[in-house]
Design a protein around this ligand. Structure first.
Ligand code: B1M
Length: 210
């Protein structure tokens, strides 16, 4: 078994204590950080499948998430290319009722490494909190919303609805993403952009802020 596969297995099994060493081993073996991250994301899909099939339950999903986060920490400095907020400010958060933050954190990391200053509001972020954050940061260029549950897609819609009615609307761009989100949904709710993954989110942010 390759070191890369070792990392995936440790994520699926939720072995957070062993993950740092395993990620380092895979890198030492010559695995590219981006390639390793992709296989780690695939491991989370395996976790999701197992959950869907009732082979594992929420606690196992939680420990897998912990292992994933620890692994990403090792990769972070290698994936980040630098840049010190020169491209502008981005506010990011996972919408109300939604606690998933791994994808949102990856998007924040890639946007940051594209040269933006990122204000991360965390998870379960209310519409009011997004609005307040824009008011507190009038120079913000982009508001980025993540949702991982079909049940929190209405919260994303509500946040975009409310943002669309604010006086500052013409000064900001709204980006949305997350596993259940589609281009069609993004268009329907009046967001400015939808992207499927963290790397394309960073590319899109650069286009929107230009
Ligand atoms: Co949850 N969960 N979960 N979960 N969980 C999913 C999402 C699920 C698909 C699993 C499944 O059934 N197969 C399912 C949702 C089903 C649905 O809505 N259709 C689900 C469920 C049902 C639930 C609970 C309801 C379970 C329960 O309690 N009965 C519950 C809800 C809690 C809540 O939020 N209120 C729940 C809880 C949890 C944990 C807390 C245990 C844990 C999250 C821990 C954490 O994030 N800190 C968890 C996990 C780990 C998952 C899975 C297994 C993995 C998610 C993940 O991190 N993926 C997930 C199954 C899956 O995704 N395959 C699942 C890796 C991550 C890199 O991908 O987040 O998709 P992702 O991000 C991607 C893209 O989506 C995109 O970029 C990233 C990659 O580059 N992206 C953006 C994300 N945000 C973006 C924003 C952008 C652009 C792109 O622009 C702004």
């Amino acid at each position: 078994m390759s070191k890369k596969e070792d990392v995936s297995n440790l994520i699926v099994k939720g072995k957070a204590k062993l993950i740092t060493g395993a990620v380092q081993d895979a890198l030492d073996e010559g695995c590219e950080p981006g390639e390793l991250l992709d296989s780690m994301i695939e491991a989370m899909d395996v976790v999701g499948e197992k959950f869907k099939n009732n082979e594992i339950f929420v606690p196992e999903m939680l420990v897998a998430a912990r292992a994933m986060k620890k692994g990403v920490e090792v990769l972070k400095p290698l994936l980040a290319e630098g840049g010190a907020g020169t491209a502008g400010k981005v506010i990011i958060g996972t919408v109300a009722g939604d606690l998933h933050d791994i994808g949102k954190n990856l998007v924040a990391m890639m946007i940051e490494s594209a040269g933006f200053e990122v204000i991360d509001l965390g998870v379960d972020v209310s519409t009011e909190k997004f609005v307040d954050a824009v008011r507190e940061n009038p120079d913000v260029k982009i508001v980025a919303l993540s949702a991982l549950l079909t049940t929190t897609m209405p919260a994303m819609k509500n946040t975009v609805d409310v943002l669309n009615k604010q006086d500052f609307r013409s000064n900001i761009k709204i980006m949305v993403g997350g596993a259940p989100i589609t281009q069609e949904f993004a268009d329907e709710i009046g967001a400015d952009a939808y992207t499927t993954d963290a790397a394309s989110a960073a590319q899109e942010a650069k286009i929107l802020a230009a």
